[in-house]
Design a protein around this ligand. Structure first.
Ligand code: ADP
Ligand code: ZN
Ligand code: ZN
Length: 733
């Protein structure tokens, strides 16, 4: 048995770190990886820790302290689990502690108290009218954790305190088994639906493939019944005695999904996991998972780290969503990558599903013969027709050049029928691309095939991948017109224009500005659902999950904007966004209509979005990716160096790029690794930090990745310079 144990601790101000401790003789045959320990730490006395490894040597010469106690002999995670985390650390070029920090909830490291405040109904007498509503909810639901109840009843601690003072409720400290699904109070289980012919074919095809590890893609148009196919596969998996992990891209969708799962499979076997469940709930679910008492775990991105045992199937729904990737802080992991590794560990299949799959996923699925498709909506419901408004023609009569006459009259007609409108303003902060108003041509970099960005300060067009600089052309290189314009109109302005045009209607805006007010987003969506809002104006945040049968018109103000970001994934993201937003119209008994305004009606991604033709889009896009060596034909690693001093930021980026290039030359691997930059990031300064980026393109080579990761591991930087390493970045903006 080893002499020392490596213990993971969480220290205020220091964060999560590992330290070595001596293992006392009487613990030697009991200590295991994953156990909770009690260890001495400086002036803080005894603190909680986790055993994460053993060694016979110390990393330095210092006085070693002894482990005080093993708190719980049952480990909370296994060696295999730790191995998975090590693999992630290596893949994303960060250290294990960073990954542990993301994977293991802090509550487990801190005092794992199991008691919590419980609220109980006492009486109605003495309550105000508003308070009575809250009491009714409580009486119906029975006693429950206070934190949970506050969420459930949408009330505040202050209100509860008042209720306590008037004796209407009782608050007690109690040990309680926490299952957030209890509030659903589901008593009867619904049977699974009989699959339709198409669904059955897909289901049987997938069943044949489910034999050991494999990655399968289910491409099915919106409302084709993908979820019903998942349910059948889940049912088979748990009947075979194995468990299922089911991921959704965000918390709201994961909650909806969990409800659907609980109705079909019962609350006892289903649990939910995401970053916003309470610490108490998290602790309990973790314990249950570790004891193998959960059969189906649903959750958002972070649920890939939950220690679900004996996994027989992993499902990732809406797999194209960017939300599966953590952008900040490190580890900048993609739940799909982690899930794939997890599936390998468990030797089980990974099933991805989407109406608009990620280009790389689709490519992989085709080439491994693992693609399944559902081409029609269930019951053959109609997908709404899309009308493209060519702004070269209709821009002239448009209100403020923004809202064309056809869009105005469609809005008017929809409102007159008492139906509702969604207007998408497709802006992501800085759409300063340059476009010809006569022919729609966008000025692109000759080396990178991405739009060049207008820099008002230097009066130049720049490429943010390769640093190419050009003068603003006098004439369009495509048609010779002088109508070249840099564009970008904000959401607030457009909201105002709509209010000018429709002064008697109720118009609200949803964009990232309103996110500042907590809960405002959900409040607005609920009001929209209750028909209290006639026109909802917003950014991509309104494209997802809205299921309002009274929406019959979807208008996209500037369909071009999504395609003209300086990013190789811009067309893909634009196509996905337009296809998804179009799917919001005509979901109920009234048929819907979709209008795209554009200066570039012939653009391939727009044409495919118009006809909702994924395969057509894919065919064109994959050719471009291959030509310019973008994923899936390469892997991208992005480095961002930042510093309050512009010159120092640039200099450090140059030094790193130079050293990297020299090493690549020296090892003779310049065929496989390409270094672009440094260039200033599109957002050149954030929080007073100047930012420069280096893009490394790796032509799909494991050795190349190992080379990059060991190179980056050895970099030491001056204190004022920060480096971000992003493996497989979502975008390069
Ligand atoms: P997707 O996941 O592809 O968007 P869903 O599974 O949510 O589609 O299906 C859309 C709607 O059609 C849901 O209301 C679902 O209950 C219903 N549906 C799909 N397949 C069936 C089926 N085989 N029998 C009954 N209803 C179905
Ligand atoms: Zn032109
Ligand atoms: Zn370029």
């Amino acid at each position: 048995m080893s002499k020392y144990a490596s213990a993971l601790v969480n220290i205020k101000g220091l964060g999560v770190k590992t330290f070595s401790y001596l293992i006392p003789d009487d613990m030697k045959d009991k200590i295991k990886i994953g156990q909770a320990l009690l260890v001495p730490f400086g002036r803080q006395g005894l603190i909680n820790a986790f055993c994460v490894g053993f060694s016979d040597y110390l990393p330095g010469d210092f006085k070693i302290k002894k482990i005080n106690k093993i708190l719980d002999e049952t480990p909370l995670f296994s060696i295999e689990y730790l191995k998975l985390l090590e693999w992630i650390a290596n893949y994303y070029c960060c250290d294990l502690v960073t990954v542990l920090n993301a994977a293991i909830p802090l509550k487990l490291i801190e005092k794992a108290s199991k008691t919590e405040q419980i609220i109980e109904f006492v009486k109605y007498d003495g309550a105000t009218k508003r308070q009575i509503e809250i009491l009714q909810l409580l009486e119906k639901s029975g006693k429950m954790p206070l934190i949970l109840f506050e969420k459930y009843a949408k009330t505040t601690r202050a209100t509860i305190k008042k209720l306590e003072q008037s004796g209407c409720v009782k608050l007690v400290q109690e040990e309680l088994y926490r299952n957030p699904l209890d509030i659903l109070r589901i008593t009867e289980r619904e049977p699974l639906f009989e699959l339709s012919g198409d669904q059955k074919k897909v289901y049987e095809g997938i069943k044949e493939k489910i034999n050991g590890h494999g990655e399968i893609l289910l491409h099915g148009v919106t409302a084709s019944g993908k979820t019903e196919v998942y349910f059948k596969l889940i049912d088979d998996t748990i009947k075979a005695g194995k468990n299922v992990l089911f991921l959704a891209p965000e918390i709201a969708l994961a909650s909806q999904l969990t409800k659907r799962l609980a109705k079909k499979f019962g609350t006892k076997d289903v649990a939910i996991w995401h970053s916003s469940i309470s610490d108490g709930e998290r602790y309990d679910v973790w314990q249950k998972l570790y004891k193998d008492e959960i059969k189906i775990l649903a959750g958002a991105r972070s649920a890939v780290f939950a220690p679900l045992k004996n996994i027989g199937l992993i499902i990732i729904d809406e797999e194209h969503e960017g939300a599966y990737k953590q952008t900040t802080p490190a580890p900048r992991y993609d739940a799909r990558v982690v899930a794939k590794k997890l599936a390998e560990f468990h030797n089980c299949p990974l099933l991805l599903g989407s109406a608009t799959p990620d280009i790389s996923s689709y490519y992989k699925a085709i080439n491994s013969n693992n693609l399944f498709e559902l081409k029609h909506r269930y019951n053959n419901a109609k997908i709404p027709p899309v009308i493209v408004i060519n702004m070269q023609e209709y821009g002239k009569g448009a209100y403020k050049n923004v809202i064309s006459i056809p869009l105005q009259s469609e809005i008017k007609e929809t409102l007159s029928k008492g139906q509702q409108v969604i207007l998408l303003i497709n802006r992501r902060g800085f759409s300063t691309f340059t476009q010809c108003q006569a022919c729609g041509h966008v000025i692109e970099c000759p080396n990178c095939a991405i739009p060049m960005i207008w820099h008002a300060k230097d009066q130049m067009l720049k490429c943010h991948y390769c640093n190419q600089v050009e003068y603003f052309p006098d004439f369009c290189p495509e048609c010779g017109s002088d109508a070249l314009k840099t564009s970008g109109t904000g959401t607030q302005k457009i909201e105002q224009y709509i209010k000018d045009l429709f002064p008697d209607n109720n118009i609200e805006r949803i964009d990232s500005d309103i996110l500042v007010k907590k809960g405002e987003h959900i409040r607005l969506l609920e009001r929209f659902q209750r028909k209290e809002i006639d026109i909802l104006v917003g950014t991509q945040m309104i494209a997802k999950g809205l299921d309002n049968p009274n929406v019959t018109l979807v208008g996209v103000i500037s369909a071009d904007a999504s395609f003209n970001l300086p990013d190789f994934r811009a067309s893909e993201r634009g196509f996905q966004l337009l296809t998804q937003v179009a799917g919001r119209a005509g979901r109920g008994e009234f048929s819907g209509k979709v209008l795209f305004q554009t200066y570039n009606p012939d653009f391939y991604a727009l044409e495919s979005a118009k006809s909702q033709n994924y395969n057509e889009f894919y065919t064109t896009e994959i050719t471009a990716r291959e030509e310019f060596d973008y994923p899936p034909f390469s892997q991208i690693v992005r480095l961002i160096l930042s510093c309050p001093n512009n010159f120092r930021a640039e200099k450090s980026a140059q030094e790193i790029a130079l050293r990297l290039c020299t090493m690549i030359e020296k090892f003779g691997i310049s065929e496989r690794l390409e270094v672009l930059g440094p260039t200033p990031c599109v957002i050149e300064r954030i929080n007073g930090q100047y930012r420069f980026q280096i893009i490394i393109k790796n032509k799909l080579d494991k050795k190349g990745h190992d080379f990059i990761s060991s190179f980056l591991n050895k970099i030491t930087l001056p204190k004022d310079i920060k480096m971000i390493i992003d493996v497989d970045p979502l975008d390069i903006l």
